[in-house]
Design a protein around this ligand. Structure first.
Ligand SMILES: Cc1ncc(COP(=O)(O)O)c(C=O)c1O
Length: 488
């Protein structure tokens, strides 16, 4: 056992555990603590150094992580190394430089905050774009899982485009939207978000121009911008993107793409009219501008089903169509799909294989069962009924509390109400004040190319009594901020 006649200096600004680490290292370096030397127990070391046991634990942990000591089965700790390279204290690696020098841009700060705050206990989430836990069809899920139990005989990697049986089922399912494609033209992805990532990586050169609705879900991400591409916002009216906006920014170039959410648009809820769909498809077809049609909200219609997808009229393979079960069933499956010309699907599948070797096999098998058993269709009927109730109730709450301070649309499906405040109070302040009251909002600026006075309200997540409480409180905060502003 070693003899120790040293104590850390409690008046030093250097942490006690660090002084102990440095002391033991210097003794090893001097040869006073040879390899194989036993170190006294933690209790004994705490006594010798006159420090808390936790300080000793911290010091020993660091020495262990540097490979200098090792605990043995008998409970003792031994010096195991005296190599100079391990003893020398190297300056810490500066990860910040690596992070800042990398390609991918970070999320917007507000989005980072929303992502974090969503998991605060008892917070009311007024803008979250996913089905709330009470909308999850637990009993049906149990049924589906039971049916799958005996079918899962192995869980290997799947072929690049995804589980063939699932692609067959989706190919059949797409027919009801007027989309007729073989399974070979379908790629299973880990949500529509991955579809966007793959498209940005696989099909476009840096400097490309992505035309998108203003506002748009895509603006809240940095997928294309991180690869040196630019998003251009296109104005919308009640029928979707204004055609002239594409014409202004279009032109014959191989470096353009139109990304659109024509059905129950995120965040405005707008549905592109049939007439507009036909015109946009023709214009982009004539100019060879590819279209990415993000249709993840299609199934969530309330009164009547929306016009058929652009893809259903696409004779020339101009449209890449994105579907997902995140919004209609559960985002935790992480399953979506891309429909497109086979050559494109093969290219995307090749990049996907280099990214993750395919989406979760279990999720794919379970989803196949959901759709092929007919339970998915059954679930959707119930889901739409519940969504209607939620939408109507939310509109009622808005009428009772926001009539004189905001205006809004009545969405025909999807999740979102695009609420516009009448006053020009600071939305950032509103966001901060709401958090103090345990209310989380999604400011409209996250989705827009310019500042605005909008909030994205989603009636899909919070329970309706929470929604009522949250919106009421929000209206009080808005009124308070308006008063403060007027008195300045
Ligand atoms: C328009 C749109 N596309 C894609 C996604 C991402 O969906 P997924 O969960 O399938 O990746 C979202 C999610 O909010 C969305 O609103």
């Amino acid at each position: 056992m070693i003899d120790i006649n040293w104590k850390p200096n409690k008046n030093s600004s250097k942490a006690l555990y660090r002084q102990i680490v440095d002391y033991i290292i210097s003794e090893i370096a001097r040869g006073n603590f040879a390899i194989g030397t036993k170190i006294p127990s933690q209790r004994k070391l705490a006594e010798i150094f006159e420090v808390n046991r936790s300080t000793i634990v911290e010091a020993l942990d660091e020495l262990k992580s540097r490979g200098l000591i090792e605990g043995n089965k008998g409970g003792g700790t031994t010096i195991i190394n005296n190599t100079w390279s391990l003893l020398s204290s190297k300056p810490e690696l500066n990860w910040k430089n690596y992070i800042e020098g990398s390609i991918h841009k970070p999320n917007l700060r507000t989005i980072q905050m929303v992502n974090r705050l969503e998991y605060t206990e008892n917070i009311i989430r007024l803008g979250t774009g996913e089905p709330g836990p009470d909308l999850f069809p637990r009993h049906m899920m149990n049924k589906v899982l039971n049916r799958c139990l005996n079918r899962i005989t192995s869980l290997g990697y799947l072929e690049a485009k995804g589980l063939l049986e699932l692609r067959r089922v989706i190919s059949e399912y797409m027919r009801k939207y007027g989309i007729q494609v073989p399974p070979s033209s379908i790629l299973i992805v880990s949500g529509a978000l991955q579809a966007l990532q793959l498209i940005s990586l696989s099909l476009l050169p840096p400097g490309s121009k992505i035309l998108v609705e203003d506002p748009s879900y895509l603006k809240s991400l940095h997928i294309f911008q991180s690869l040196g591409m630019n998003l251009t916002g296109l104005k919308m009216d009640g029928e979707g993107i204004i055609l002239e906006e594409i014409q202004k920014n279009g032109g014959k170039n191989a470096d353009k793409m139109l990304y659109t959410i024509p059905t129950f648009h995120n965040p405005t809820g707008i549905v592109m009219s049939e007439n507009r769909r036909i015109k946009i498809l023709k214009y982009c077809g004539d100019l060879r501008i590819p279209i990415v049609e993000d249709d993840v909200y299609r199934e969530l219609w309330i009164e009547k089903s929306p016009p058929m997808p652009l893809k259903s009229r696409d004779k020339n393979g101009n449209v890449l169509y994105l579907g997902s079960i995140s919004k209609c069933l559960a985002p935790g499956f992480r399953i979506g799909w891309i429909v497109g010309p086979e050559s494109v699907i093969e290219r995307l599948a090749d990049i996907k294989m280099q990214t993750d070797y395919g989406s979760s096999s279990i999720s794919q098998m379970v989803l196949m069962e959901w759709i092929s058993s007919g339970l998915y269709e059954e679930h959707l009927k119930e889901f739409r009924r519940k969504l209607k109730f939620r939408r109507d109730k939310t509109i009622e709450i808005l009428k009772d509390n926001f009539k004189d301070i905001a205006s809004w649309n009545i969405p025909q499906g999807g999740f979102y109400i695009w609420l516009k405040l009448n006053s020009n109070i600071s939305i950032n302040k509103l966001f901060q004040e709401s958090i103090k009251e345990k209310i989380l909002i999604n400011p409209g600026s996250m989705y827009s190319f310019s500042n605005n006075q909008n909030l994205r309200i989603s009636y899909s997540y919070a329970l309706m009594d929470q929604m009522e409480m949250g919106l009421k409180k929000l209206s009080h905060i808005i009124r308070k901020l308006e008063k403060e502003q007027n008195s300045c």
